[in-house]
Design a protein around this ligand. Sequence first.
Ligand code: NAD
Length: 415
Amino acid sequence: MAELNPFKIAQEQLAEAAQALGLDDATHEALRWPMREMTVTLTVRMDDGSVKVFRGYRVQYNDARGPTKGGLRFHPQETLDTVRALAAWMTWKTAVMDLPLGGGKGGVTCNPKEMSPSELERLSRAFIRQVGRIIGPEKDVPAPDVYTTPQIMAWMMDEFSALRGYNAPGVITGKPLPLGGSLGRVDATARGGMYVTREAAKVLGLKTEGATVAIQGFGNAGQFAATLSKELLGMKVVAASDSRGGVYNPKGIDPHALVEHKQRTGSVVDFPGTEPISNEDLLQLKVDLLVPAALENVITDQNADKIQAKIVCELANGPTTPEADKILHDRGVFVLPDFLANAGGVTVSYFEQVQNAYNYYWPLEDVHKRLDQKMTKAFNDVYETHKKHNVHMRLAAYMVAVARVAEAMKLRGWV
Ligand code: NAD
């Protein structure tokens, strides 16, 4: 169905921003499509001696502001259109953060859960032998994403370095620390989300000390959101959930103990001193902060009128549908849109690139300080546009991002 094609959705979101900005037709048309895309066929020797053939993609959406940047996914449902949509979103994400980068994305259609480590290594190296000609520290810099790991980044960096004949750590980010990874990458997404939450609370006149938090999805992003909301903002986590269910205690839950429980048992369910709560009820709790950190399309026109949170910090990608966005805006729920709220990860990836280029590595405090500066500036840019044009925060973020990319294209003489 056309309307479920993520690339069509990305083009529609662009159209809304283009209209709000009064963008000329040529610039709009040029931004509707990736500048370059490469589809590759990979032959990989499997452990049983047979050869399997895989399809892979790398899309360089727009590089007007700098080398393209974006993750690589190993996923059975990967298609060229998914990769195009994600590459478009990366373009807006790097632009809203004012990073000197463009947007890209890549992937291989495969099921990594059915592959051995040595098969994954051969697949990763085969992918780089194909796309190696179009990526590089000055051209296009991949990173981990769904089902790709620091180990996979290490193999890819090694293969690229072998092809070029020199050590090239800056070709890829999300590497293990001994190979040029950055400190502060593991919790960067949630930390960035908490910095913009702090700024949102300021403009809304909300005290964060003791403010209540509900977190949907207790994975990498959600767990760090829980501990950091307490550590950085003095907030009180009252509910959290994962795919097996949720837990609730209005008096507060110790986030570190909950992380430990999840690591020990595989789920937040049955955490002592809490009562069970469904994912649907968790979303509708009367809390100060709601953090969707699991899946797409969880806040829809079916439940948006029941959301009682004051702030929604979207660590997940695409948790709110366009219809729900309008409802939340009309009801005065303040949404920190995904490509601003979860941009801490790509920002520290950018810091990793910078450190690789200098071959000099920063202490953790420097990473945190610079991340805070970037997130705070981006929040303020989007908030000013939101106020000035009286548009919801997601459209404001699009307007900031698209205007920046359009300006770079104009200055280069492309449009
Ligand atoms: P993850 O796989 O570590 O965690 C996802 C969590 O969601 C798991 O705890 C899972 O049990 C839970 N979940 C699944 N289905 C659920 C359901 N129906 N209800 C409640 N919980 C459910 O993934 P992650 O890395 O934490 O990413 C989560 C989201 O954040 C994704 O949308 C991802 O794209 C986005 N994101 C993550 C990062 C990052 O750096 N990790 C960066 C940007 C965006």
